[in-house]
Design a protein around this ligand. Structure first.
Ligand code: DAH
Length: 339
């Protein structure tokens, strides 16, 4: 018996296996109920009493050695990727955390989507612009304060190269190249030389709208904007147009909507007036049409421009504009369900 045990001890120390199936075969051979080591345990009762102590110890030593060896081999397979677990094709994959759309993108897309339903297509223009497209063509007199260093970022001391201060610049580009009818939206980023605070930033986003055709009237403008307001803020939303001034539109107006936070009753957001301003608009000034090569005796048109941050604030009540550009995931993840 002792010989047999010693022989198996030797054998066990040297066992090798090249895969998990081999390993299982070895377990059966040595350690299963009918395995060689288990059989030795069965024979143990025939061992003479005076030898029981020594043989018993040897037997336990053998059993532990076999067990340890098989465990070691198994572990090495797991580490090298040969494990059952790794190869289990039914295991669910590691969860991938999906990103979220930026709130400004969500709102920009919604604006585009609403106007696309009434025939508007999209165009984009450069953010680095020249004076003519941002101001000159749009009827800004040379001494207009918007050209002042206070508002406009100029590039490299050259007063003709600047960061656009509004997306109206895309109007002048499109009108110079495209024949009416034109029914387009111009979304994009704009820059102004402002101190950054919770309510102002040196860059923000606008969506500009332009419709040029024969016989376009102020009534068409009002109808399109009312449709937009109700689609964006709900069927019960009301609008009002207040006379205003922009160099590139005549007449010009600013549009308010009934405050969608308090429903028009009055709250801090609408400064207790029940109304909030959301965009500027008007009939394209004939000078602008002529500057861009469109015959103002044949064509007329309307334009409007809105700030995407402003609309987003109204929809989601974001109190600090800086949150939009800080990329804080705790802020961005809150818009997961808004998709
Ligand atoms: N460009 C103006 C701004 O940045 C917004 C605007 C007002 C655009 C009236 C228009 C418009 O097209 O008709 O403040």
């Amino acid at each position: 018996m002792k010989n047999k045990i010693n022989q198996l001890l030797e054998e066990v120390k040297n066992i090798t296996a090249s895969n998990l199936d081999d390993l299982e075969a070895l377990r059966i051979k040595y350690l299963s109920k009918k395995g060689q080591i288990s059989e030795l345990f069965n024979d143990f009762r025939n061992v003479a009493n005076e030898e029981k102590r020594e043989v018993g110890q040897l037997l336990n030593e053998l059993k532990n050695a076999a067990q340890d060896k098989l465990n070691d081999l198994k572990e090495s397979f797991i580490n090298s990727g040969e494990s059952d677990q790794k190869n289990d094709l039914t295991r669910s994959s590691d969860p991938i955390k999906l990103g979220t759309r930026h709130p400004l993108s969500l709102v920009k897309h919604e604006i585009i989507e609403i106007f696309s339903r009434i025939g508007f297509t999209i165009a984009e223009g450069p953010e680095i612009e020249d004076d003519w497209h941002v101001f000159g063509a749009l009827n800004f007199p040379p001494e207009h304060p918007a050209r002042d260093m206070q508002d406009t970022f100029f590039i490299e001391q050259n007063p003709d190269v600047l960061l656009r201060t509004h997306t109206s610049s895309v109007q002048s580009r499109i009108m110079a190249h495209k024949k009416p009818p034109i029914r387009m939206l111009f979304p994009g980023r704009v820059y102004r030389n402002e101190a950054i605070s919770y309510r102002a930033h040196c860059f923000f986003h606008q969506v500009e709208g332009l419709y040029i055709d024969k016989n376009v009237s102020f009534a068409d403008l009002k109808q399109a904007l009312m449709y937009f307001a109700k689609e964006m803020f709900g069927e019960n939303t009301e609008i009002r147009l207040r006379p205003s001034y922009f160099p590139f539109t005549e007449p010009s107006a600013e549009m308010d909507i009934s405050c969608n936070i308090c429903g028009g009753k009055g709250c801090p957001f609408c400064k207790h007036t029940g109304w909030v301003e959301i965009l500027g608009c008007g009939m394209v000034d004939p000078n602008v049409l002529e500057n861009c090569g469109i015959d103002s005796k044949v064509y007329s048109g309307y334009a409007f421009g809105m700030g995407v941050e402003r609309i987003t604030n109204l929809k989601f009540q974001v109190k600090d504009l800086r949150l939009f550009s800080e990329n804080d995931v705790r802020f961005l993840q809150q818009f997961e369900s808004a998709h």
